[in-house]
Design a protein around this ligand. Structure first.
Ligand SMILES: Cc1ncc(COP(=O)(O)O)c(C=O)c1O
Length: 488
């Protein structure tokens, strides 16, 4: 008996058991602790043991996953999950993931997935249209926002450096190559600069204004000073929703600036680009559509499971110039294969050769839910963040730290009586964040704004309602009192 063959009956039984676990999990999400009450050591112990020498029945393996993983899962998608920029998934995309794994298409080369390639090209077209990019724009699906920014900035270097970066790397000329972004830019952009050989220091971090948006005068001054000292400015990066507080840079003004200065314009829209689907978001993001490249994340506001990112570009040929070129075994005579339409090999448009079928979950999500449902959900999140700001302002022990632009509200809990010194206040916010996690009642992340600790609530779950905001503030107020008592 071939150990890798499963009878249809065995597969069906294991599949039914899996579905039972999945539907049970789905129904349990709102009633769960957000973060399970477990320790790292307990979790390690669950998986310790020797490499299995002999296999066991699939049904038992599936049950072990339920016991060890489902039971101890963080409830992403919980209505009071307010931490990272992650909404959990709808029920559609997990089914897509199962199908993608079974079909196991390789979306690197057309012949390894004719339908998958066509679907990915269509998904990219839809996204470009939803974000208002011009006809003929293109792009590629990647693992997430970090890879999307890396991909866009790799294309920027190749398009804008005065020598052939692909052939000569950064050694083809002199004068440092520079990127420009606000101080609030996501770390992945700085990491991309490092990986591309530009170096972290050459991402010029431009100061922000009181709304945490890039200061355009400071940008112009920095660029001028760099040019005078022999640097070669390559790209300016605008952020469509910073991870700290959801600030949206002046995207139209950056587009004008980039065009006047002949710079590549990249938008990090990993968090916020998809807000363009909603009326309020569309207004906030005006100018984003003029970018040369945009990073966005279906695993955020399209409610897809990890991993799904997209790098959109105005000119897809620039991606091909950056990543194209086939090894001998991949080459084919395009003239002979193009009788009925052009064969696109997607590996030529991004850094990966073998590529999974990410497009399926994005395509199925849009088919099953439709644009309008997303537009309404995102609009609701933007409204809820503004509502949370107002609740914070009306509360005697909360203090607003930044005004919501996207769907993040940042604030502090301040004890009554004499105001503690700033360092004690910082420690207090950090401990309240941890206290909330330990309570299981919710999850937020703390962050720093203007160097000081704040509580940060990011609203992205399609299950979150106004009552969850009230419950959150109630939990935080109680935990704030308990924590402060313990600190005095
Ligand atoms: C503004 C911003 N950029 C980039 C990223 C990184 O995206 P990913 O985690 O998908 O790589 C995030 C993640 O939250 C983000 O909010």
């Amino acid at each position: 008996m071939n150990p890798f063959e499963t009878t249809t009956e065995e597969l069906r039984r294991a599949g039914e058991e899996t579905l039972e676990i999945l539907t049970g999990y789905w129904a349990s999400i709102p009633g769960r602790r957000v973060v399970p009450a477990v320790t790292p050591r307990q979790m390690e112990q669950l998986f310790e043991g020797p490499v299995p020498e002999l296999g066991m029945p699939l049904l038992d393996v599936v049950r072990e996953v339920a016991e060890k993983v489902e039971r101890n899962a963080t409830a992403m998608g919980h209505p009071r999950y307010f931490a990272f920029v992650n909404p959990g998934t709808t029920s559609v995309a997990p089914l897509a993931e199962a199908m993608a794994a079974m079909f196991n298409q390789n979306l690197g080369a057309w012949r390894n997935s004719p339908s998958g390639t066509a679907m990915e090209l269509q998904v990219v077209k839809w996204m470009a249209e939803l974000l208002g990019m011009p006809e003929g724009s293109g792009g590629i699906l990647v693992s997430g926002g970090s890879m999307a920014s890396l991909t866009g900035l790799a294309a920027a270097l190749r398009a804008k450096a005065p020598w052939d970066v692909r052939r000569l790397g950064l050694q083809g000329g002199s004068g440092p190559l520079t990127f420009y972004a606000s101080e609030e830019v996501h770390r992945c952009v700085v990491k991309a600069a490092d990986l591309l050989g530009v170096g972290e220091e050459y991402v010029r971090l431009v100061p922000v204004d009181s709304g945490f948006r890039m200061d355009m005068c400071a940008l112009a001054r920095r660029l001028d000073a760099d040019r005078k000292s022999g640097a070669i400015p390559i790209a300016v990066i605008g952020t469509a929703g910073t991870v700290n507080c959801g600030a949206v840079d002046r995207l139209g003004e950056i587009a004008d600036f980039a065009s006047a200065e002949s710079l590549w314009y990249h938008v990090d829209g990993a968090y916020g680009a998809l807000a363009a689907l909603s009326p309020t978001g569309k207004t906030l993001l005006r100018g984003m559509e003029r970018a040369d490249s945009i990073a966005l994340d279906p695993h955020k506001w399209l409610f897809c499971p990890y991993e799904a990112g997209i790098c959109l570009v105005r000119d897809p040929e620039l991606l091909k110039r950056s990543f194209g070129g086939a090894a001998a075994y991949m080459k084919e005579d395009k003239d002979a294969t193009s009788a009925d339409g052009h064969r696109t090999d997607l590996f030529e448009y991004g850094p990966q050769l073998s590529r999974c079928f990410r497009a399926l979950k994005v395509w199925m999500s849009l088919k099953a839910h439709g644009r309008r449902a997303y537009s309404e959900a995102i609009e609701e999140h933007l409204c809820l963040a503004r509502l949370l700001d107002r609740k914070v302002l009306d509360h005697p022990r909360f203090e607003l730290a930044s005004e919501a632009q996207m769907s993040i509200s940042c604030f502090r809990w301040i004890p009554e009586g004499a105001r503690p010194d700033p360092d004690a206040l910082d420690r207090l916010q950090d401990r309240i964040t941890l206290g909330l996690e330990r309570s299981g009642e919710g999850l937020m992340s703390g962050t720093r704004l203007s160097g000081r600790a704040v509580l940060r609530a990011c609203i992205l779950s399609f299950r979150t309602r106004e009552s969850d905001l009230d419950a959150l503030l109630e939990s935080l107020d109680r935990i704030g009192h308990e924590t402060w008592k313990g600190m005095k």
